[in-house]
Every structure is written in structure tokens, then in C-alpha cells.
Design a protein. Structure first.
Lengths: 137, 137
DNA sequence: TTTGACGTTCCTGTCATGGTAAGGTTTAAA
DNA sequence: TTTAAACCTTACCATGACAGGAACGTCAAA
């Protein structure tokens, strides 16, 4: 099997060398083989696992989520229900966070729309943050 | 002026005593007066500033943003344009983050909808994360 | 041979806190 | 009077998921 250096593995997987070492240090991915010079050497399947991690991170999964997903991915007989449960729980978290951000944005847009935005000091945004209009938030 | 303890200031402002000390340590709010016993004592205006900070945090502003907003809030002659610019920049950030989360959620919902979610091992979610279907993400 | 591009480990910083420890103070009850 | 509790203080460690950089070893090409 063709073994490659960490930089090549980084290029092939889309995970930076720094992150690869980090993932190894926290036990997300197993330590790879080392050469005589102590350099890490990665096999194709290890690069595949790194790609898996990257794509899961791109979907916003936490490292702990990915730990479980990786284990299920490697388990040929896993029940798909377990994977689906993790995914749907994550979807709920994503939707919750997105809703919270949208609510903040809505409020700020409203406040900004009532603010002149010129040289005058009157500012409904600051008024809303101040104690007199606390009820607006 | 009625001076109150940090715990009372926390209750009145909605900012925990821990956070109040933290905000002081990073210079977000000025150090308050101290009693003979070195206990912090807060005035009404200091409690108002803490409430300001809390509401700005509730709207997702960073500490550095709040630093600027507080300075503008205290400046009676500030131009509202400066405040509006900070707010609109923050709105853009919020919208960007919300859109990213929504995109992740959409993709995961789609993948989950095609997953049986039973005892069978076949799982389009894992397949999509794996190297063969990298193009799905 | 020397340069520069790799590799290694280890330490610190990020952001906005929370938790906890070890100690001093004040207040109230036993 | 003693003691217990509820406060207060500072200071340090932990979080998540890394990035940056120091200090040092190794390797390939000019």
C-alpha cells in the first residue's frame, strides 16, 4: 500500500496537517504508522477517514458526533436508525441556532430601520439597549 | 447614591457576578468603587451599563462590538450613523451564519429523508460522508 | 554544502465564560 | 460565645476546535 506524508494526506483529504495532528491527539483518528524518521505515513483508507471527518465538519457536526458517526461508518452491520438519529438531532440543533440568529437579525434590522444613520445623535438602537426601553428586547 | 453589592447588581442587571468581574477584568466596564473590606459597590448608572451589555449580548454582539457601542452610548453627541453601521455589519454576519446553518440543515434533512432509519445497515447519510459520494456535499 | 521545504513536539492564544479552590467578612442563629 | 451560612475576594483550570509560532530534526535538490 502506498504510504504518503502528512502534507499529501492533507491535500488529498482537505484537512490541514495541523488539524490531522490535532484529530490524532484527541483520539478522533488513530495514530498512523511512522517511518524510521518518525514521520507519519498515511494509507488510502486513512485518507478516506480524514475526508469523512472533513465532510461531517462541513455539515456542522461536532467532534463528538463525528466520533460516533465514524464508528458507525466503520461498522458494516450498523443499524441506519442510529445514524439517522444523530443526524436528526443535529438538524434540530442547527434549526434552533438558525432561528435564534434570525430573531436577532430581525430585531436589529427593525431597530436599524428606525435609525436615521446620520450626524444626529438620536439613535433608537442605543435607546433600545439602554435601560429605558429594555422591553423592546 | 445607593451602592449595592455585586450580587445585587447581578440580580438587577441580569448579568452574573462572575461575568461582571470578567467584564471588569477585560476593561469592558470600569472598576467600581470598593468598600473598606474591598467589596465592590455598584451605583445605579453602573447597573444600567451592565444591563446595556446584557441586552447587546442577547442580540449577539461581540464584546468588541459592545465596547464601541458602550462608548457611543455614553457619548451624548455621537452620530447615529456610527451605531447604525455597527448594527448593520452585525446583521450581515448574523444573516450569513444563519444561511450557513440553514444550508447544512437542508442537506442533512435531505439525506435523512432518504435513510430508512431501521435495523438495516444501508445508510445514505454515511454514504454521502464517505469518499464515494463526496460530490453530494 | 548549503539552502529551504518538509517533518516533529510543545506551548500559548483564541472567545466568553463556568467551575472550583482557598481564603477573608459579615450576618444570623444556637 | 461560638459557629454556621452566605456572602465576598483572587487565582487558576477547563471548555471547542483549532491557529500560530518556537525550537529543533530530516531530506532532496542545486
Amino acid at each position: 500500500m502506498n504510504l504518503i506524508t502528512i502534507k499529501e494526506a492533507a491535500a488529498a483529504s482537505g484537512v490541514s496537517a495541523k488539524r490531522i495532528r490535532h484529530y490524532e491527539s484527541i483520539g478522533l483518528i488513530p495514530a498512523p504508522a511512522r517511518g524510521e524518521n518518525q514521520y507519519r505515513h498515511y494509507s488510502a483508507s486513512e485518507v478516506q477517514a480524514l475526508g469523512f471527518v472533513r465532510r461531517a465538519r462541513d455539515l456542522g457536526f461536532s467532534i463528538d458526533d463525528i466520533r460516533q458517526l465514524l464508528a458507525l461508518w466503520r461498522d458494516r452491520g450498523r443499524p441506519s436508525a442510529e445514524v439517522k438519529a444523530i443526524a436528526l438531532r443535529h438538524v434540530a440543533e442547527l434549526d434552533e441556532k438558525a432561528a435564534a440568529l434570525a430573531a436577532m437579525s430581525r430585531m436589529l434590522k427593525h431597530l436599524a430601520s428606525t435609525c436615521h444613520g446620520d450626524d444626529r445623535p438620536d439613535c433608537p438602537i442605543l435607546d433600545a439597549l439602554g435601560p429605558a426601553h429594555a422591553d423592546m428586547i
